[in-house]
Ligand binder design. Structure first.
Ligand SMILES: Nc1ncnc2c1ncn2[C@@H]1O[C@H](COP(=O)(O)OP(=O)(O)OP(=O)(O)O)[C@@H](O)[C@H]1O
Ligand SMILES: [Mg+2]
Length: 257
């Protein structure tokens, strides 16, 4: 297990992620439509009414280089939304989020994959989405397949893969190089315990040796407690608590609605 960074050390470190007053508003249709036709008629007549839903409310925090930063919170609290904003997949409605460096996001299982293509083709597709050149994937192909332990399944279409198998491929590609920021959203939870252990080891190596910053979202508080230095607890869109891992996890575990 990696040595955790002492909290005081952070003050001197360079922030790699700066979330400044991030607010995310989703417009959700407030009426139900029985068909797409009805929906389009309402749209044409400008009769569509939307309700504003604040998924994140004025969230601010910094993550320092080399830090393992956790996000906890109950279902639907805005964790994945926050990660998508950090990864640049979503634009915040208000506030800013800046990231200095390259990001390898493992956000939604299967995002960046095409189920009709084989695993082999998907490794190239996903690699391209992460910005890797074909020659680079050629060079690292065996490492990816070995890490995922799926050599016999390379020519099978991804739609026939189990969710754990997809997670194996996704994790193997994302960690083949050292990104500046590795984002892991629950991806590991579908892997079996052996693979989870292997991923944890790999993440710890990245943190220790290469100064990779890790953002981890997990409902496994044990995992968060083992891996993270600091944790932000986001509850129903609000930043409820931000601080050292043990303190925040302890408070979160005692949370009653
Ligand atoms: N594209 C969208 N349109 C409308 N609402 C959305 C959209 N994406 C997320 N939301 C809403 O924002 C809220 C936060 O969702 P989010 O996925 O960030 O939660 P989460 O903390 O990751 O939850 P979980 O622990 O279940 O993964 C939820 O109420 C969700 O319904
Ligand atoms: Mg989520």
């Amino acid at each position: 297990m990696g040595e955790k960074i002492q909290t005081e050390d952070y003050k001197n470190r360079e922030p790699i992620i700066v979330a400044d007053n991030v607010t995310m508003i989703f417009n959700i249709a407030s009426e139900r439509f029985n068909s797409l036709k009805e929906y389009f008629i309402a749209l044409m007549r400008h009769e569509l009414r939307f309700k504003e839903f604040r998924a994140l409310k004025n969230i601010s925090f910094n993550v320092k280089r080399g830090e393992a930063f956790g996000l906890v919170g109950t279902n639907g609290s805005g964790k994945s939304t926050m990660l998508k904003i950090i990864a640049g997949v979503l634009e915040p409605s208000d506030g800013t989020c800046t990231v200095r460096g390259t990001i390898a996001p493992l956000i939604e299982l299967g995002a960046g994959f095409d189920p009709e293509l084989t695993a082999r083709e998907n490794i190239y597709l996903n690699g391209a989405l992460l910005g890797y050149r074909k020659e680079f994937i050629d060079e690292h192909f065996d490492d990816i397949v070995d890490f995922a332990e799926l050599r016999d399944f390379m020519d099978m279409p991804l739609k026939n893969y189990s969710s754990g198998m997809v997670a194996r491929i996704a994790f193997a590609i994302a960690t083949i190089t050292e990104p500046d920021v590795l984002i892991v959203d629950e991806t590991l939870s579908v892997g079996d315990f052996l693979f989870q252990r292997k991923c944890e080891k790999r993440i710890n190596e990245l943190i220790e040796n290469d100064n990779v910053t890790v953002l981890l979202v997990s409902h496994s508080i044990d995992l968060v407690e083992r891996m993270c230095d600091r944790v932000a607890w986001i509850e129903k869109g609000d930043l409820k608590m931000l601080g050292p891992c043990t303190e925040v996890c302890e408070a979160y575990k005692h949370y009653r609605k």
